[in-house]
Design a protein around this ligand. Structure first.
Ligand SMILES: [Zn+2]
Length: 343
């Protein structure tokens, strides 16, 4: 069987057409028509298998020769065409090669993530590990084991979202992680921070969101005292806000610590002189803390007569808001690039 194809004729015709081509659109059409899968030369080469052994050799050789000639001619034409187009464009003034290039939009970390990472780094340097625990908790872990029984009035502050499984909820704070890590590590000493997302059933306003980050900290061991708590948190405040910043502790109440306190830092906006950010007080409330309640230690498996510990919790978004004077917490999840690219 012979195939009726005249490679010489094809080469002549197609190469003439190529010489006349002056723009890249026509060039691409030529490539598809003459080097594409259904072009005469490529299609003919595809039928090699149907030829007898003797025919195949000569036909294949001539066919490949033709194909190579077309390919080389195409490359040359492509170069010639793009050069011609550039010259045309320059003459027409449509391309200003001295114009600055377009800036590429580079991504960056979310402001809350930036603060979280700074907090991780500071505590890591003090020997705290990061311990992650689940966002979905049982009522028992979220409340009961943290010394908040069903009748406790503190539960009113922490309404949350319920799943369709009874007693399974979205955690209202990272504190259930304290129980998880204690039960996992007991009787070893513990130094961890527990970061993560928390959820509360709240009206969304400039000051409150239904989901937010929290970073909790926990240290458990022998002979841990309130002095360790104050020293650790003061060192943290100095690392985050600057070594000159003053701190103060005010007594407070949390069900899972005893005694409990709030830590304030001197307002870094006005250096303690008083301004709208600190509401003229000169101080900013940064975190809650306290000595781990004996009931909580016991629920974690530690004997409170032998072990003690301290815990603290802070809202990295609130700290970010204070540091950057962000007035509305809703910006964090609004996904507005105009807000995010400022950080
Ligand atoms: Zn101030």
């Amino acid at each position: 069987m012979t195939i009726a194809i005249d490679f010489d004729q094809i080469e002549r015709d197609t190469l003439t057409a190529l010489t006349a081509t002056t723009d890249s659109a026509t060039l691409q059409k030529w490539r598809i028509a003459n080097l594409g899968r259904s072009s005469p030369v490529v299609a003919a080469l595809g039928t090699l298998g149907t030829l007898s052994k003797e025919e195949r050799r000569a036909f294949g050789q001539r066919g490949n020769q033709a194909k190579q000639a077309l390919e080389q001619a195409f490359e040359a034409a492509a170069q010639r065409t793009s050069q011609a187009e550039l010259t045309r464009d320059l003459a027409a003034g449509s391309l200003d090669v001295t114009a600055p290039g377009r800036r590429r939009g580079r991504g960056r970390l979310h402001p809350a993530t930036q603060t979280l990472r700074r907090i991780y780094a500071i505590f890591a340097e003090m020997g705290f590990q990061i311990y992650r625990s689940r966002d979905v908790e049982t009522d028992e872990f979220n409340f009961g084991l943290l010394n908040i029984p069903p009748h406790h009035p503190a539960r009113d502050m922490w309404d949350t979202f319920y799943t369709t499984t009874p007693n399974v909820i979205l955690r209202t704070h990272t504190s259930p992680g304290q129980i998880h890590v204690m039960r996992e590590r007991c009787p070893e000493p513990i130094r961890v921070i527990l970061p993560g997302m928390c959820y509360r059933y709240e009206q969304i306003t400039a000051r409150s969101e239904i989901q937010f980050y929290q970073v909790e900290g926990l240290a458990v061991g022998r002979h841990i005292t309130m002095a360790d708590l104050k020293g650790t948190l003061t060192a943290f405040a100095h690392a985050l806000f600057g070594p000159q910043v003053r701190t103060r502790f005010r007594s407070d109440h949390f069900p899972f610590t005893e005694p409990s306190a709030e830590m304030d830092v001197e307002c870094f906006v006005c250096d303690g002189k008083g301004c709208p950010v600190c509401k003229q007080s000169g101080w900013l409330e940064i975190l809650g803390c306290g000595m781990v309640h004996p009931v909580v230690l016991e629920n974690g498996g530690y004997d409170p007569r032998e072990f003690s510990g301290f815990a603290f919790g802070m809202g990295p978004q609130r700290i970010t808001m204070l540091m950057h004077k962000i007035e509305d917490i809703r910006y964090f999840f609004a996904n507005d690039v105009r807000f995010l690219e400022q950080f």
